[in-house]
Write a protein that binds this ligand. Structure first.
Ligand SMILES: Cc1cc2nc3c(=O)[nH]c(=O)nc-3n(C[C@H](O)[C@H](O)[C@H](O)COP(=O)(O)O)c2cc1C
Length: 171
């Protein structure tokens, strides 16, 4: 069993994908990881759309500043916040918790994908209005992240990180 820290160390963004399908057992695990992640007050103010339709994937890629590699991936997940959280937590729920709810689900899914040799990249640069239109989203849902998932068709570029002293503080 791979250690989680090893998955975290190995993961890097993938921006080229093979067209090979992802086995349904792995998709089911990815779904579970999205669902089982923690959330504020366990309200789970999040929804995930799995885009497999080629035309929709192309439209999403164009809406993401034409990062066309997105459309190569067999599955493109769009993570959305759900604004019903405001009825419990007001603006903090709307502008912080619900985004964190989606973020932690996507983070878990990235690691599950990594464990199965799949590549992902977090896509934050996109036109929200355009993506909402393409997916015909109701007003309560706001798309906040796009995650293409597929078998890598490139070696990842190894990015570095700032030194520990700049990031971690003990008091
Ligand atoms: C909030 C956020 C938004 C991002 N948006 C994009 C994006 O639109 N396009 C892209 O290619 N990568 C995007 N990335 C990926 C980062 O560029 C990448 O994670 C970072 O450079 C570190 O590289 P690594 O993932 O390979 O370790 C985004 C990452 C995060 C967390």
């Amino acid at each position: 069993m791979t250690k989680i820290i090893d998955l975290i160390k190995k993961r890097h963004s993938i921006r080229a994908y093979k067209s090979d399908d992802i086995p349904s057992k792995i998709i089911a695990e990815i779904e579970e990881s999205l669902i089982l992640a923690p959330s504020a007050g366990n309200l789970q103010a999040r929804k995930f759309f799995f885009i497999r339709d080629k035309i929709k994937k192309m439209a999403i890629a164009r809406a993401a500043l034409s990062q066309m590699f997105i459309a190569e991936a067999p599955i493109v997940i769009v993570g959305c916040t759900d604004d019903f959280i405001k009825y419990r937590y007001g603006n903090r729920g709307l502008f912080l918790y619900s985004i964190q709810d989606v973020a932690i689900s996507i983070s878990f899914a990235m690691l599950v994908a990594q464990q199965h040799g799949l590549g992902t990249v977090w896509i934050g640069a996109f036109d929200e209005k355009e993506v909402s239109y393409i997916l015909n989203l109701p007003k309560n849902l706001r798309p906040v992240v796009i995650l293409p998932i597929g078998y890598p068709d490139e070696e990842p570029y190894i990015t570095d990180r700032r030194p520990r002293e700049e990031i971690i503080t003990y008091l």
